[in-house]
Design a protein around this ligand. Sequence first.
Ligand SMILES: NC(=O)c1ccc[n+]([C@@H]2O[C@H](COP(=O)([O-])OP(=O)(O)OC[C@H]3O[C@@H](n4cnc5c(N)ncnc54)[C@H](O)[C@@H]3O)[C@@H](O)[C@H]2O)c1
Length: 287
Amino acid sequence: MGKLEGKVAFITGAGRGQGRSHAVTLAGEGADIIAVDICEDIPTVNYEMASAEDLAQTVKEVEATGRSIVAVKADVRVKEQLKSALDQGLARFGRVDIVCANAGILPMNDRTLIEGFIDGMDVDFVGAHNTVAVVAPHLRAGASIIVTGSCAGLMKNTTEAMGKTGGVGYSFAKRLVFQYVETLALQLAPHNIRLNAVHPTNVNTRLLMNDDIYRSFRPDLVAAGKIPTREDAEVAFPAMQPMPIPYIEVGDASALVAFLASDDSRYITGLNIRLDAGSMLKGERAI
Ligand SMILES: NC(=O)c1ccc[n+]([C@@H]2O[C@H](COP(=O)([O-])OP(=O)(O)OC[C@H]3O[C@@H](n4cnc5c(N)ncnc54)[C@H](O)[C@@H]3O)[C@@H](O)[C@H]2O)c1
């Protein structure tokens, strides 16, 4: 028997990366999955979003565990799209018990004034809130909501120092997640519904493995007029964490999410949990 047998999880940003890993891990514990991803690019983001093929791969991997999945293209910035996705999932499974508000972007391409900041806020904070808002009316006692924050967002001089408004928007959004969890968990607690956030350090996904991040980790090469590569950045990634690793893997985040989703954590709520190999012990905190 899995720890999530009979439960249903609603997961945003499930087309790849941590979201896909959460879907497959929670399914491995017995949950059926409602998976959402934008499946189209966002112009302020310099790397591609998950594709329809990526989301189809998530479907394949969840079904390989023996569980069922409803996968829908939807943008977390648009409540109506999220609601339509949820309704399709509810029509199939009849319930929802777990929410992973995981979708996120690092938008480093300001085409117009503060456009990156706006998109960062809209996806990374408002998108998480929209997810909670749309699912909340259907949650019952025992439900668990998990929002994905970011340790980099909670520290000074990380994404906000990348020289673009989207980096500031990313940090601000993740700092709001911190306060959101502490504020809203208290409102949900009397209903026996829990809300926590996971704040990872660098994770080995596309949000980390892209040219904007390589440049931010190798300012020395940028100053020398060079274009940093992933290999160049790999040398610098370990500087973030006191534990001797360059980044964590998606499964590390999913293990914590599965714990928070299950009754093993039934009295844990309102926590902002650092999954960071010690990085916040080292960096300067912003919150
Ligand atoms: N990778 C890291 O280093 C890192 C570190 C800390 C926190 N995070 C957070 O982890 C979460 C997951 O990111 P990831 O690391 O898996 O990166 P990722 O880029 O691989 O995955 C993000 C997913 O979200 C989807 N998405 C983006 N905007 C969306 C929207 N508007 N609506 C629906 N889906 C959307 C993308 O298509 C993609 O599938 C994000 O909230 C991110 O901020 C990542």
